[in-house]
Design a binder for this molecule. Structure first.
Ligand code: HEC
Ligand code: HEC
Length: 239
């Protein structure tokens, strides 16, 4: 069904182009431009029906921009989006990123997930202390004390589904099947996590209530800013 809708959308775009001399008037508002996106990311920019489609509303704009370029340029893999983004310029992607970033919408209720006390302990240790013995800083040092991210380039970790978080961490661990192959701070960390740790931290994050605000990259230590330079610098790690 979804593919059918997408084909319809692309088909309409093609007909509009084929018209040549007779202009087909489609109002160029942002709502029109992002209609193809909201099929999956839902009109309000929340997560869609399927828990796997991530919410993109309100995420830091440079982070969204970098991801859009990653999908377009095959550094992050998801075919339906790659097709949609294929011919879009950086300027256009930046506008789309700014649009979604500016949407402020209520978050869905956290997932109800049963966790064993040991799992909770394991997750909290990763989130708030990290694993110094493996040079893994606490998730909160980069994702912010409230885990709501750092503007404009580090995404928050709350308000995401367990399925999505697990898929992202696994994507990095499996040698970048879904996320960038290039080595960056987050892929280095994810590759060192065990199955047990991924499972515990994904459950813990998805069942946590969203509260607090995102912070700013200014609070990131120079050492970590250097480690994450590919993700946070202005040109988004373009190679
Ligand atoms: C067919 C469904 C579908 C369509 C259409 C679609 N997306 Fe996505 N989008 C996804 C899925 C699924 C993912 C997660 C992919 C992954 O795991 O890497 C995603 C990921 C993203 C991300 C990364 C989110 C994050 O937190 O890292 C952004 C940004 C995004 N989409 C924006 C868009 C925009 C803008 C459009 C329209 C031009 C669009 N998407 C169209 C399904 C879709
Ligand atoms: C050294 C800094 C740093 C630390 C520590 C860190 N992260 Fe990240 N994380 C990042 C950056 C930067 C990104 C954005 C990656 C990109 O641009 O593709 C990210 C992205 C993510 C994403 C993707 C979110 C989305 O919307 O798609 C997840 C999930 C994630 N991190 C989980 C974790 C977890 C769990 C921990 C702790 C075990 C952690 N991170 C620790 C820097 C860090």
């Amino acid at each position: 069904m979804l593919h059918f809708i997408l084909l319809m959308f692309l088909g309409i775009a093609a007909i509009a182009n084929a018209h040549g001399g007779t202009p087909v008037i489609v109002p160029d508002t942002m709502t029109e431009r992002v209609r193809a996106c909201t099929i999956c990311h839902s009109a309000e920019g929340k997560a869609g029906r399927d828990a796997y489609y991530p919410r993109i509303a309100g995420k830091p704009h440079r982070y969204l921009f970098n991801q859009l370029r990653n999908f377009r340029d095959a550094r992050r893999y998801y075919q339906p989006m790659a097709i949609l983004l294929e011919n879009m310029s950086d300027e256009y992607l930046l506008e789309i990123a700014q649009y979604f970033s500016s949407l402020q919408l209520p978050y869905p209720a956290p997932e109800q997930i049963d966790m064993q006390p040991e799992e909770i302990k394991l997750a909290e240790r990763l989130v708030y202390s990290g694993k110094p013995e493996q040079d893994i800083p606490a998730c909160s040092t980069c994702h912010g004390d409230s885990l709501m991210g750092m503007e404009p380039a580090i995404p928050g970790l709350l308000g995401l589904s367990r399925a999505y978080i697990t898929a992202q961490l696994s994507g990095w661990r499996n040698g970048g099947i879904m996320r960038s192959q290039t080595s960056d701070c987050m892929s280095d960390i994810a590759q060192q996590l065990t199955d047990e740790e991924v499972n515990a931290v994904a459950k813990w994050l998805a069942s946590h209530v969203v509260s607090g605000e995102s912070s700013s990259l200014d609070v990131l230590s120079p050492e970590l800013a250097h480690r994450c330079r590919q993700n946070i610098q202005e040109n988004g790690g373009a190679q």
